[in-house]
Design a protein. Structure first.
Length: 224
Protein backbone atom coordinates (compact mmCIF):
# COMPACT_ATOMS: atom_id res chain seq x y z
CA UNK A 1 0.00 0.00 0.00
CA UNK A 2 1.43 3.38 -1.02
CA UNK A 3 1.40 6.11 1.61
CA UNK A 4 -1.01 8.78 0.47
CA UNK A 5 -4.24 10.59 1.25
CA UNK A 6 -7.75 9.75 0.09
CA UNK A 7 -9.76 6.53 0.02
CA UNK A 8 -7.83 3.37 0.95
CA UNK A 9 -8.91 -0.26 1.30
CA UNK A 10 -7.20 -2.71 3.64
CA UNK A 11 -7.74 -6.29 4.67
CA UNK A 12 -7.20 -6.81 8.38
CA UNK A 13 -8.42 -9.19 11.06
CA UNK A 14 -12.09 -10.02 11.38
CA UNK A 15 -14.05 -9.44 14.57
CA UNK A 16 -12.54 -6.07 15.50
CA UNK A 17 -14.51 -3.16 16.95
CA UNK A 18 -13.87 -0.64 14.16
CA UNK A 19 -16.89 1.55 13.42
CA UNK A 20 -17.56 4.22 10.82
CA UNK A 21 -16.14 7.58 11.91
CA UNK A 22 -13.47 6.12 14.21
CA UNK A 23 -9.98 7.61 13.78
CA UNK A 24 -7.22 5.07 13.13
CA UNK A 25 -3.50 5.35 12.50
CA UNK A 26 -1.71 2.79 10.33
CA UNK A 27 2.02 2.77 11.08
CA UNK A 28 4.55 0.76 9.13
CA UNK A 29 5.70 -2.22 11.18
CA UNK A 30 9.38 -1.67 10.38
CA UNK A 31 9.40 2.14 10.68
CA UNK A 32 6.65 3.71 12.75
CA UNK A 33 7.59 7.21 11.52
CA UNK A 34 5.88 6.23 8.23
CA UNK A 35 2.15 6.36 8.83
CA UNK A 36 -1.29 7.20 7.53
CA UNK A 37 -4.22 8.45 9.62
CA UNK A 38 -7.88 9.04 8.92
CA UNK A 39 -11.44 7.92 9.56
CA UNK A 40 -13.06 4.54 9.05
CA UNK A 41 -15.57 4.63 6.19
CA UNK A 42 -16.51 0.92 6.32
CA UNK A 43 -15.61 -2.28 8.13
CA UNK A 44 -16.81 -5.82 7.57
CA UNK A 45 -16.31 -7.70 10.82
CA UNK A 46 -16.73 -11.04 9.02
CA UNK A 47 -14.14 -10.57 6.26
CA UNK A 48 -11.88 -7.93 7.83
CA UNK A 49 -12.31 -5.55 4.88
CA UNK A 50 -11.53 -2.05 6.14
CA UNK A 51 -12.22 1.16 4.22
CA UNK A 52 -10.64 4.46 5.29
CA UNK A 53 -10.41 8.07 4.22
CA UNK A 54 -6.78 9.03 4.86
CA UNK A 55 -6.37 12.70 5.75
CA UNK A 56 -2.87 12.89 7.24
CA UNK A 57 0.39 11.14 6.36
CA UNK A 58 4.04 11.15 7.26
CA UNK A 59 6.82 9.65 5.16
CA UNK A 60 6.52 7.95 1.79
CA UNK A 61 6.86 4.60 0.10
CA UNK A 62 4.88 1.49 -0.79
CA UNK A 63 4.84 -0.79 2.24
CA UNK A 64 3.33 -4.19 3.02
CA UNK A 65 3.11 -4.47 6.82
CA UNK A 66 1.07 -2.14 9.05
CA UNK A 67 0.05 -1.86 12.68
CA UNK A 68 -3.46 -0.39 13.08
CA UNK A 69 -4.20 1.57 16.25
CA UNK A 70 -7.00 3.79 17.42
CA UNK A 71 -5.86 7.42 17.40
CA UNK A 72 -7.02 10.86 18.45
CA UNK A 73 -8.06 13.21 15.65
CA UNK A 74 -5.25 15.54 14.58
CA UNK A 75 -6.04 19.07 15.70
CA UNK A 76 -5.03 21.62 13.11
CA UNK A 77 -2.44 24.08 14.42
CA UNK A 78 -3.62 27.66 14.72
CA UNK A 79 -2.17 29.64 11.79
CA UNK A 80 0.91 31.55 12.88
CA UNK A 81 2.27 28.97 15.31
CA UNK A 82 4.66 27.46 12.73
CA UNK A 83 6.01 30.33 10.69
CA UNK A 84 9.27 31.89 9.48
CA UNK A 85 9.42 35.45 8.15
CA UNK A 86 12.63 37.05 6.89
CA UNK A 87 13.21 40.42 5.26
CA UNK A 88 15.76 42.93 3.93
CA UNK A 89 17.92 41.76 1.05
CA UNK A 90 21.52 40.83 1.87
CA UNK A 91 22.92 39.97 -1.55
CA UNK A 92 23.55 36.55 -3.04
CA UNK A 93 25.46 33.57 -1.65
CA UNK A 94 29.04 33.18 -2.80
CA UNK A 95 28.94 29.49 -3.81
CA UNK A 96 25.24 29.04 -4.60
CA UNK A 97 25.36 32.38 -6.35
CA UNK A 98 21.74 32.59 -7.50
CA UNK A 99 20.33 32.17 -3.98
CA UNK A 100 19.21 35.22 -2.02
CA UNK A 101 20.26 36.04 1.51
CA UNK A 102 18.17 37.97 4.02
CA UNK A 103 19.52 40.21 6.75
CA UNK A 104 16.76 39.94 9.34
CA UNK A 105 14.67 37.15 10.85
CA UNK A 106 11.38 38.71 11.92
CA UNK A 107 9.65 35.52 13.11
CA UNK A 108 10.87 31.96 13.66
CA UNK A 109 8.06 30.01 15.33
CA UNK A 110 7.41 26.30 15.83
CA UNK A 111 9.28 23.21 14.68
CA UNK A 112 7.73 22.59 11.25
CA UNK A 113 10.22 24.80 9.40
CA UNK A 114 13.97 25.26 9.89
CA UNK A 115 15.54 28.43 8.47
CA UNK A 116 19.29 28.63 7.96
CA UNK A 117 21.50 31.16 6.21
CA UNK A 118 25.16 31.09 5.26
CA UNK A 119 27.46 33.27 3.19
CA UNK A 120 28.26 30.35 0.86
CA UNK A 121 24.80 28.79 0.47
CA UNK A 122 22.32 31.58 1.15
CA UNK A 123 18.99 31.34 2.91
CA UNK A 124 17.04 28.08 2.91
CA UNK A 125 13.81 26.89 4.49
CA UNK A 126 13.65 23.16 5.27
CA UNK A 127 10.19 21.63 5.72
CA UNK A 128 10.29 19.25 8.68
CA UNK A 129 6.64 18.16 8.76
CA UNK A 130 4.47 17.27 5.77
CA UNK A 131 1.40 19.46 5.51
CA UNK A 132 -0.32 22.40 3.86
CA UNK A 133 1.84 25.51 3.72
CA UNK A 134 1.61 29.09 2.53
CA UNK A 135 4.76 30.53 0.91
CA UNK A 136 5.17 34.12 -0.21
CA UNK A 137 8.11 36.01 -1.72
CA UNK A 138 8.26 39.69 -2.62
CA UNK A 139 11.37 41.43 -3.88
CA UNK A 140 12.75 44.42 -5.69
CA UNK A 141 15.96 44.88 -7.65
CA UNK A 142 18.14 47.92 -7.10
CA UNK A 143 18.71 49.24 -10.62
CA UNK A 144 17.66 46.75 -13.27
CA UNK A 145 14.80 44.41 -13.97
CA UNK A 146 15.54 40.81 -13.03
CA UNK A 147 13.72 37.53 -12.53
CA UNK A 148 13.24 35.62 -9.31
CA UNK A 149 11.04 33.10 -7.55
CA UNK A 150 11.05 30.31 -4.99
CA UNK A 151 12.77 27.08 -5.96
CA UNK A 152 11.80 23.70 -4.46
CA UNK A 153 14.63 21.28 -3.59
CA UNK A 154 16.60 22.73 -6.49
CA UNK A 155 19.84 21.00 -7.53
CA UNK A 156 21.20 23.78 -9.79
CA UNK A 157 21.85 26.64 -7.41
CA UNK A 158 24.19 28.56 -9.73
CA UNK A 159 21.59 28.63 -12.52
CA UNK A 160 19.21 31.59 -12.96
CA UNK A 161 15.69 30.89 -11.73
CA UNK A 162 14.15 31.10 -15.20
CA UNK A 163 16.48 28.32 -16.44
CA UNK A 164 16.13 25.74 -13.67
CA UNK A 165 13.95 22.64 -14.16
CA UNK A 166 10.23 23.44 -14.22
CA UNK A 167 9.55 20.79 -11.57
CA UNK A 168 11.84 22.70 -9.19
CA UNK A 169 9.99 26.04 -9.53
CA UNK A 170 7.43 26.58 -6.78
CA UNK A 171 6.69 30.28 -7.37
CA UNK A 172 7.55 32.64 -10.20
CA UNK A 173 7.48 36.01 -8.48
CA UNK A 174 8.43 38.32 -11.37
CA UNK A 175 10.85 41.23 -11.16
CA UNK A 176 10.94 44.99 -10.68
CA UNK A 177 13.42 47.76 -9.95
CA UNK A 178 13.67 50.81 -7.77
CA UNK A 179 15.29 53.11 -10.34
CA UNK A 180 14.07 56.69 -9.98
CA UNK A 181 13.18 56.21 -6.33
CA UNK A 182 10.19 53.93 -6.82
CA UNK A 183 9.26 51.46 -4.13
CA UNK A 184 7.16 48.79 -5.79
CA UNK A 185 8.35 45.26 -5.11
CA UNK A 186 6.69 42.42 -6.97
CA UNK A 187 5.91 39.00 -5.60
CA UNK A 188 3.71 35.95 -5.59
CA UNK A 189 2.49 33.18 -3.31
CA UNK A 190 1.73 29.46 -3.11
CA UNK A 191 -0.62 27.55 -0.84
CA UNK A 192 -0.53 23.77 -1.01
CA UNK A 193 1.05 20.53 0.13
CA UNK A 194 4.78 20.32 0.89
CA UNK A 195 6.43 17.07 1.96
CA UNK A 196 8.90 16.76 4.82
CA UNK A 197 12.44 17.24 3.52
CA UNK A 198 11.50 19.84 0.91
CA UNK A 199 13.96 22.77 0.79
CA UNK A 200 12.75 26.18 -0.36
CA UNK A 201 15.01 29.02 -1.46
CA UNK A 202 14.54 32.55 -2.78
CA UNK A 203 16.15 32.09 -6.17
CA UNK A 204 17.19 34.89 -8.53
CA UNK A 205 19.34 35.51 -11.58
CA UNK A 206 22.26 37.45 -10.04
CA UNK A 207 20.76 40.89 -10.66
CA UNK A 208 21.56 43.39 -7.90
CA UNK A 209 19.01 43.44 -5.10
CA UNK A 210 17.44 46.34 -3.23
CA UNK A 211 18.64 46.07 0.35
CA UNK A 212 16.17 48.39 2.03
CA UNK A 213 13.78 46.97 4.59
CA UNK A 214 10.40 46.08 3.12
CA UNK A 215 11.71 45.54 -0.41
CA UNK A 216 12.62 41.91 0.20
CA UNK A 217 10.48 39.56 2.28
CA UNK A 218 9.81 35.81 2.37
CA UNK A 219 7.24 34.02 4.49
CA UNK A 220 6.83 30.26 4.98
CA UNK A 221 3.90 29.26 7.20
CA UNK A 222 2.37 25.88 7.99
CA UNK A 223 -1.41 26.09 7.89
CA UNK A 224 -2.15 22.47 8.89
Amino acid sequence: MAIGTGAKSFTTQAGKSYVVGMTLRLANTADASKWMQGEVTSYNSTTGALGMNITHINGSGTLAAWIISQASPIILPFPGTDKVTVHTGNGYASTDNKIFRFATILENLGASITYADSAANGGRFTINTSGIYHVNLSHEFSAAVGSFGVSKSCTTLTTAFTSIAEAQKLIYAGGNNSAGGSDAPTGNGYTGYLAAGTVLRAHGDGTAMAGAAGRARMIVERLF
